[in-house]
Design a protein around this ligand. Structure first.
Ligand SMILES: NC(=O)c1ccc[n+]([C@@H]2O[C@H](COP(=O)([O-])OP(=O)(O)OC[C@H]3O[C@@H](n4cnc5c(N)ncnc54)[C@H](OP(=O)(O)O)[C@@H]3O)[C@@H](O)[C@H]2O)c1
Length: 256
């Protein structure tokens, strides 16, 4: 029997590594994408040994044209049953303090790559009559915390729009909005992990909830009861209050 095949961006760490391990345990063959080749190779070998499925490594910097092209070509020339656009990172500097080139690079990873890889994948999936797409957004999409929040809102709306266009087709499309997750994200950002312990989700929690929601055909997945409640409440919070809270949080984080 042919095993399903998933391509995961940002597989070298955190949530992407979690998706990889969970899908390997479910007997998926995998295509692992990120920049850190050593980490990807180590993960690929451990999957092949522990689960007996195939794990292919694709080294690509998704902030570059050539990096996106390499991954898009894999999607267009081989079968990908599940695409998870997960690669991403934050910037410590505010919009006004950031170099424009850093904003452009981040935008390419968080929105350009997501848009291009999503479209390439769902077109193939629609032609084959099956497949799934998971785009990792964030609860930050509900805030005004810099370009990161804007990009994550873009991912949410883009994914919802795609889901609308694919209605009635067997291809499922899901945006995941996690809250804080224990990964290398904040360490890489160079900030302390903010807030009390209970706000932190584990990688396993987010992976399990989002895969369950995607398999159930949900368009928006918010892992964790408290985050689902927060998202409901956020709809009724006046916009000036959202801006005030987001600004305060960002200032605290930069000063910390
Ligand atoms: N942690 C949180 O609290 C949280 C909350 C909500 C949403 N998220 C989202 O969850 C996703 C995964 O983040 P994480 O928390 O797992 O962080 P992480 O542990 O830092 O992992 C980020 C992954 O993205 C990859 N990546 C970064 N820049 C890349 C580039 N230019 N090209 C290719 N790959 C790149 C990294 O791989 P290489 O460095 O090897 O390239 C790494 O595998 C991100 O989209 C993030 O925005 C995180």
């Amino acid at each position: 029997m042919t095993r399903p095949r998933a391509l995961i961006t940002g597989a070298s760490s955190g949530l992407g590594r979690g998706y990889t391990l969970s899908l390997a345990a479910d007997q998926y063959d995998l295509v692992l994408v990120a920049r850190d080749e050593a980490r990807l190779q180590e993960l690929a070998r451990s999957i092949e040994t522990e689960h007996g499925t195939l794990a292919e490594v694709v080294v690509a910097d998704l902030s570059t044209r050539s990096g996106i092209d390499v991954v898009r070509t894999v999607i267009e020339t081989s079968r990908v049953d599940l695409l998870i656009n997960n690669a991403g990172y934050g910037l410590k500097q505010s919009l006004l303090e950031s170099e424009v080139s850093d904003l452009v690079d981040q935008d390419m990873v968080l929105t350009g790559a997501v848009r291009e890889l999503s479209l390439a994948a769902v077109k193939q999936m629609r032609n084959r009559g099956r497949g799934g797409l998971i785009n990792v957004s964030s609860m930050a999409a509900l805030t005004t915390m810099g370009q990161y929040a804007a990009a994550k809102m873009s991912t949410l709306v883009f994914t919802e729009a795609l889901a609308g266009e694919l209605r009635g087709s067997p291809v499922t499309v899901t945006a995941v909005l996690p809250g804080f997750i224990r990964t290398r994200f904040h360490e890489r950002l160079g900030v302390e992990r903010p807030g009390p312990g209970w706000i932190w989700l584990s990688v396993a929690q987010v992976v399990a909830a989002s895969l369950r929601d995607a398999r159930g055909g949900k368009v928006v997945s918010i892992p964790g009861v408290s985050y689902r409640m927060a998202a409901r409440i956020a709809r009724f919070v006046p916009r000036p209050l959202v801006r005030w809270g987001s600004n305060g949080f960002s200032l605290n984080r930069r000063d910390g």
